[in-house]
Design a protein around this ligand. Structure first.
Ligand SMILES: N[C@@H](CCC(=O)N[C@@H](CS)C(=O)NCC(=O)O)C(=O)O
Length: 230
């Protein structure tokens, strides 16, 4: 049975959410067919009978699972015979650390760089919601954040140093093949790739080779995703 994934979408149906990309890649890793239903910020409250605040959310038969971490665990347990997302119990605990690092160190830095780009691709209804909620959270206008972004690119690149150091000696964070930590980090960069008008990596960054490998995974799932024209 096809799993339904409520997937954040722009006005032009770009799929840009880092949290939803984690789930899309996790589903593909497990070899599961998924229908990624385009969902706008202002539609989230109406999905699955109401009550959801964020996406991704999946429906798998009678099961509804919210939160990308809960979904990864659900998939790992429910589809235990399919390739593992974590590589065992200890790997699962390490993946939690990687997730916390990505959220606190990478998403926060990326948001400063691309927040205006995200706004610009949304539907008019979503733009109103997004501007109001994000300007309240950042206590600055989207335009002010955007105007300062060039000064922060190097900060993001420096923050990715731990990934760069590992990738210099192995193809994926998971070793010879990707595991969920690869999807956690890569999905953040896919957020920038799909929405951004800015080159996140320098041309000679060793991380580019790993990004290319991730773009190729699962039949080029992430590479084939439409991105904003620059
Ligand atoms: N902890 C959640 C966070 C999910 C999340 O924040 N999703 C964003 C999209 S990337 C969202 O739905 N935001 C709704 C909003 O800002 O109103 C997860 O990992 O799934």
């Amino acid at each position: 049975m096809t799993i339904v994934l409520y997937d954040l979408a722009s006005r032009d149906d770009l799929r840009f959410s880092p949290n939803c990309w984690r789930t899309r890649l996790a589903l593909a890793h497990k070899g599961l067919a998924a229908d990624a239903v385009p969902t706008r910020f202002t539609e989230i409250a109406d999905i699955c009978g109401g009550g959801q605040k964020t996406i991704p959310v999946i429906e798998d038969g009678d099961s509804t699972v919210a939160d990308s971490w809960q979904i990864a665990n659900y998939l790992e347990e429910t589809y235990a015979d399919a390739p593992s997302l974590f590589g065992g119990a200890a790997g699962r605990e390490y993946a939690r650390f990687v997730q916390a690092w990505v959220q606190s160190q990478i998403h926060t830095r990326l948001a400063r760089l691309i927040i205006k780009d995200v706004h610009d691709i949304l539907t008019p209804e979503d733009q109103g919601y997004f501007r109001e909620s994000r300007e309240r959270a950042f206590r600055r206008s989207l335009e002010e954040i955007h105007a300062a972004r060039d000064a922060h690119v190097d900060d993001l690149r420096r923050a990715l140093t731990p990934v760069r150091q590992v990738i210099e000696s192995q193809p994926f964070l998971g070793g010879e093949a990707p595991l969920y930590p690869d999807y956690l980090v890569f999905s953040a960069l896919q957020w920038g790739r799909t929405t951004g008008s800015l080159a996140l990596m320098a041309d000679d960054d060793p991380l580019n080779a790993w990004v290319e490998r991730c773009l190729d995974l699962h039949g080029g799932l992430a590479r084939s995703a439409p991105a904003r024209a620059t």
